[in-house]
Design a protein around this ligand. Structure first.
Ligand code: NAD
Length: 326
């Protein structure tokens, strides 16, 4: 029976939540991850706690660039493995290109060879760069990335487009807008700020605090991924009969200023935030804002968790795990 789902990046923040949600729906899942050292293996092992030994779940430690993908019995691939992070991509652009471009091509090619036409690719709002007018609509050209990470994600989308066209694949390129929630990557702002404020350390705030982000709570993100997985099963590709690679925004639907975010985290923790001001960082965009009309039309996607409720959940999780994290 070919109804297994392959999830790359299964030990990561989003991937581990997606695997859990798939198992909860009775789906059989094979997860792949190479424990990339971008953040500690111990954290990723902990992400897998609920999955290890769960019925219907198989984990394969493998590198998407170098190893064969376990595609036996797989009908759909959720490709979430990547080198994430905008700022670190300025330090080591080649490794971002290798994992996010070459790795994505390897996954697409392995799927094609195995006769699998259904793919969900984890892309990023960063592809919109600093010049797309808000709210960001998927039809924007998105050809002016301002970091190697953003360029690598856009390149992955373009590879998906070529594979869809050539081989009739049906690919959803989900442009995630800053995802947060329990198990969020330790390098991301909400996690960092929470750890710093909780321990009375100063928070580095880049810019004057007026930059804005559209934040997506993890359960909304997972709903978007699962809806996109169903979308890939729909018949028909583009009008010319070939496949389709459709970019679709997955956002929270509201803009939150950086200074308000810091204040909200501090208030939720019941502490004061000590803010250190620093200049804007190269590679960071000033604003992200998702136009969610396509997601609603194609996926019936409607984010349900606002920033206040989401931060409460995140802080609760952070407090529960505090002391186990570095
Ligand atoms: N978290 C966000 O806010 C966000 C925003 C936009 C896009 N994304 C994208 O969503 C996806 C998941 O992000 P995340 O936040 O869960 O990141 P994450 O780092 O927690 O998860 C990615 C996983 O991929 C694995 N990986 C990296 N290179 C690999 C390789 N060569 N072979 C096998 N596995 C490899 C890592 O070990 C990691 O566990 C990524 O593609 C990321 O670029 C995330």
């Amino acid at each position: 029976m070919s109804d297994r789902v392959l999830v790359t990046g299964a030990a990561g923040f989003i991937g581990s939540h997606v695997c859990e949600a798939l198992l909860a729906r009775g789906q059989s899942v094979v997860g792949v991850d190479n424990f990339d050292p971008f953040y500690p293996r111990a954290v990723k092992e902990r992400n897998l706690t609920a999955l290890r030994g769960a019925a219907g779940f198989q984990f394969v430690e493998a590198d998407i660039v170098r190893h064969a993908m376990p595609l036996d019995g797989v009908s759909v691939v959720l490709h979430l493995a990547a080198r994430p992070g905008v700022r670190p991509s300025l330090e080591d652009p080649a490794s971002y290109s290798e994992t996010n471009v070459t790795g994505t091509v390897r996954v697409l090619e392995a799927a094609r060879r195995a006769g699998i036409a259904r793919i969900v690719f984890g892309s990023s709002s960063s592809v919109y760069g600093d010049t797309t007018p808000p709210p960001f609509a998927e039809d924007a050209a998105a050809v002016w990335p301002i970091s190697p990470y953003a360029a690598s994600k856009r390149a992955g989308e373009l590879m998906a487009e070529a594979f869809a066209h050539l081989y009739g694949m049906r690919i959803a390129c989900l442009r995630f807008f800053t995802v947060y929630g329990p198990r969020q990557r330790p390098d991301l702002a909400i996690h960092r700020f929470t750890s710093l404020i909780a321990t009375g350390k100063p928070v580095r705030m880049h810019g004057d605090g007026s930059s804005e982000r559209d934040y997506t709570y993890i359960t909304d993100c997972v709903d978007g991924v699962l809806a996109a997985m169903e979308w890939t099963a729909r018949p028909g590709g583009a009008a010319n009969g070939t496949g389709v690679a459709e970019p679709i925004n997955i956002g929270g639907g509201a803009r939150v200023r950086l200074d308000r975010l810091i204040e909200l985290i501090a208030r939720t923790l019941g502490r004061e935030a000590r803010i250190e001001r620093h200049p804007d960082q190269p590679g960071d965009v000033r604003l992200t804002a998702a136009d969610l009309r396509r997601a609603e039309r194609e996926l019936a996607y409607r984010p349900a968790v606002g920033i206040e409720a989401g931060i409460r959940q995140f802080v609760r999780w952070h407090e529960e795990t505090h002391g186990r994290e570095s």
